[in-house]
Design a binder for this molecule. Structure first.
Ligand code: 5AD
Ligand code: SF4
Length: 475
């Protein structure tokens, strides 16, 4: 499962609006505004949507008040995510009352899950488009303009938008996300994604490499390869019949330039192979960081979740990663309060966290999603207050694990990619090391460093979220 930017995505990354520059070749036309919710894949999809609209002459705006078209690219992963979007739709109601010609479109996972119900329930929605139907947006806008409610929620077995060059939204010009596949075949019992994003399909490797190369040539310094389950990436070149797996794709992207950093997300523990681990080890520019969702530390719960591994199997995978790359950090998604979860199951989760020593986790309380296997088969029987208490314990433990792992880094020197000023002071830089840890350090007067520069930094102190250090030499 693709991860979210932050454990409290609902508060942190949601609702980012398009703040990109107008492209120079944009025809003067209708203004569109797009807001994205949920996982990185959704943010990446919004860049494809912006590209499709831009090609048709629509012009992006960051000001919702000016927009002729408002799009919400939505998330269904938890009930709270959907509630947030519904709330936002009622806010748009006010704007639409003043400007009835304005169109409102719901895109992404909620569009797919609720389909035309959205048009009926939220009377103000004019357009509903699922994740595989974005190419039909211009036509649907035409239909909606002429007064017809427009819906396309067809899922595809082939669509990867491989030929569409995304318009980078809210970009810092340093890090970019590149989708390498879409959908998911895993059917974890709690998860709505296989229903909203459809079957897994991989994107042609040549188009991925070309997009990454282009980003590098534009000055980007880091690409994150995105997929719900990147380790099952598999593409067969139709001309040569040569198969490309994820390890091979990683290698191809790593070879673009030693000064292009590569990250990827998300890895399913059952699919990440020694071949991938050895490829990571072999290339200094592939970041030594793996997001490896565990979900639960109890084998019984993992079975109910249909995760297809046991607690022991997961721990053996963590051990293997550390054997091959001792410096590699691991983060996880952890879910608490899944159906029938006992105190003992919960203790097992706390224990697997301690053993895996996650440097970070994204932690959630289970939220039943209609249509999923769990909703059909099991009862959501852990009371909310128990879920909340267990989640608090998990968060508390993770905070102490993060602090512990950060303390172990004090005295070490890391190569850091500078992303910008630190949040607290513009006399300090902020960047991340290969292990994905945030590092903050004083600027040096009169030197050439800028966002996008690589620099060596020694960690001198830490909090649970940040390593503070000083520049030791330039790289
Ligand atoms: N309830 C709570 N969390 C969920 N996730 C996925 N589905 C649900 C759900 N129904 C979490 C998983 C996944 C992450 C992206 O979101 O931990 O890995
Ligand atoms: Fe991730 Fe499992 Fe959901 Fe697929 S089904 S997106 S692997 S949590």
């Amino acid at each position: 499962m693709l991860n979210f930017a932050n454990k409290t995505i609902d508060e942190n990354r949601q609702g980012e609006a398009y703040a990109g520059e107008l492209a120079t070749n944009a025809k003067p036309g209708k203004l569109f505004y797009i807001e994205s919710y949920g996982c990185q894949m959704n943010f990446s999809d919004s860049e494809i949507i912006a590209s499709i609209l831009h090609t048709e002459g629509f012009v992006p705006t960051k000001n919702v008040e000016d927009a002729d078209l408002i799009f919400l690219n939505t998330c269904s992963i938890r009930e709270k995510a959907e509630q947030t979007v519904r709330k936002r739709l009622t806010e748009f109601k006010k704007i639409k009352k003043q400007r009835p010609s304005m169109l409102i479109g719901v895109l992404g996972c909620m569009a797919e899950r609720l389909k035309s119900k959205l048009l009926e329930e939220e009377k103000l929605v004019d357009i509903v488009v699922g994740p595989d139907a974005y190419r039909s947006l211009p036509q649907l806008i035409d239909e909606a303009d002429s007064g017809t409610k427009a819906v396309n929620v067809l899922l595809s077995r082939e669509e990867t938008y491989a030929d569409i060059s995304p318009v980078r939204l809210n970009s810092n010009g340093i890090n970019a996300f590149v989708s390498i596949m879409r959908g998911c075949n895993n059917m974890c019992s709690f998860c709505v994604v296989p229903f909203t994003r459809g079957r897994e399909r991989s994107r042609d490797d040549a188009s991925i490499v070309a997009e990454c190369k282009d980003l590098f040539e534009q000055g980007y310094k880091e690409v994150t390869l995105l997929g719900q389950n990147v380790d099952s990436y598999y593409w067969v070149d139709p001309k040569t019949n040569h198969p490309v797996d994820f390890a091979m794709l990683l290698e191809k992207v790593a070879q673009i330039s030693p000064s292009l950093r590569i990250r990827f997300s998300t890895s399913h523990p059952k699919d990440i192979t020694d071949k991938v681990l050895h490829t990571m080890k072999a290339h200094a520019n592939i970041c030594k960081y793996i997001h490896l969702p565990v979900q639960s530390g109890s084998t019984r719960i993992l079975q109910l979740m249909n995760r297809t591994y046991t607690r022991e199997w997961y721990l053996a995978k963590v051990k293997r990663i550390k054997e091959i790359m001792p410096e590699c950090t691991i983060s996880a998604d952890i879910m608490t309060g899944f159906c029938t979860e006992t105190e003992q199951d919960h203790e097992n989760t706390l224990d697997i966290m301690r053993q895996s020593k996650y440097e970070y986790s994204y932690m959630f309380a289970y939220s039943e999603r209609p249509g999923t296997l769990a909703a059909k088969r099991y009862t959501d029987d852990v009371p909310d207050e128990v879920k909340k208490r267990r989640l608090d314990e998990i968060v508390k433990l993770q905070n102490s694990l993060s602090l512990e792992t950060n303390k172990l880094d004090i005295g070490k020197v890391f190569e850091v990619l500078i992303e910008g000023n630190s949040k607290k002071s513009d006399l300090q830089w902020m960047g991340r090391n290969s292990q994905n840890k945030v590092m903050v350090f004083d600027k040096i007067e009169n030197n050439q460093l800028q966002p996008g520069s690589f620099v060596h930094v020694m960690a001198e102190s830490c909090t649970q979220g940040t390593l503070m250090g000083k520049i030791v030499n330039l790289s």
